[in-house]
Design a protein around this ligand. Sequence first.
Ligand code: AMP
Ligand code: GLY
Length: 424
Amino acid sequence: MKIMVVGGGGREHTLIWALKKSPKVTEIFALPGNGGIAKDATCVNIGAKDIEGITKFAKENAIDFAVVAPDDPLVLGAVDALHAIGIPCFGPNKAAAIIEGSKAFSKDLMAKYNIPTATYKIFNDAEKALEYSKTQSLPMVIKADGLALGKGVIIAASHEEAEEAIRSMMIDKQFGDSGNEIVIEEFLTGPEVSVLCFTDGKTVRPMVSSMDHKRAGDNDTGLNTGGMGTVAPNPCYTKEIAEVCMETIFLPTIRAMEKEGRPFKGCLYFGLMITPNGPKVIEYNCRFGDPETQVVLPLLDTDLLEIMLAVEEERLADLEISWKDGSACCVILASKGYPQSYEKGFVITVDEDALKEGQEIFHAGTALNENGEVVTSGGRVLGVTAIAPTLEEAIGKAYRATEGIHFENKYMRSDIGQRALRGN
Ligand code: AMP
Ligand code: GLY
């Protein structure tokens, strides 16, 4: 089968790495891909938001199956456009992708169907939001309604900070139209868990759980990033908690989307917080997480393409999905300065003996220069993943692999997985 994967980051490299193992796959195209993906797939210079370009390419190249990985094209309706020309896809349609595309929608959905989440109020009037914020206890959480590159959430420690956040989102339009509406919600506490689930709209199959590390610096300090590293499974996510999540969160969400006439097919990502009052939803994403995918898929034993086909054909209930025992750790190698300004274009070299069995490099922000060398081209450059029988070994093995990878301004956190080892 000829496969097309839309996107060009570490998540997409991992998806392609996993899809390549399927005996059914004959060729993979990545739109646009990146410098490392170019070794595993044919990269085509079409942007992930160029829906017209994507559908035209799929038609002209007789693509058999498409995987739309990033949030933007999903929210813009890439899956609808591909279905309209008869191309089967993995990913939710536009009506279902709204679960990530609008925080106001997802909060109202949870309220309507009694799915546990932080209490909240939605505003489309800045003055009313400012007034309300003055009455709320601290810290308080302020979220832009729409997509904001993972930067649309402010945890305000003071009422002045809350006011500033509301003004920048609703009046100064820091995130454009994404800030037309905002959500002000209760601050929750507890360990965070990411659970990615395969779902065909009826059956839901959770993948192994994971833990992201969103802050740029060690000990969760510094600015929020797209994610500086991950581990899987997440030790805070016990079997008992998993059962509660299935009954109170996963199944109710899938059923709610079906009742709303927006059946969700694809990967639904539950960002959860295990609060003293039980697990609650922090956010939904309509796609695989990045860098969660880099630790979850290496633990998958079942053929990924078979699962994706079962999702598209709505026969997930008939499929067994199996996972490897053991743990995975992914350490992100970033460009110094990320998530703010950083330099690009540095050549990346990997020592010949840098990687052993169970260690992988997934490319995120890389490109090929005119000499065919792989160079840095983004904030998050590489994800270095290792799998091992225990979490502790996986962490050590991932960090050992980073030692053999070189580029100027290489930056990483040194404590990925330490919270998980401590169990918080
Ligand atoms: P999001 O972009 O929705 O994933 O939010 C970014 C981060 O903000 C989350 O990973 C949490 O750490 C934090 N966060 C979001 N909502 C809340 C909340 N209601 N209470 C506490 N922390 C939150
Ligand atoms: N790692 C968080 C996300 O993919 O949204």
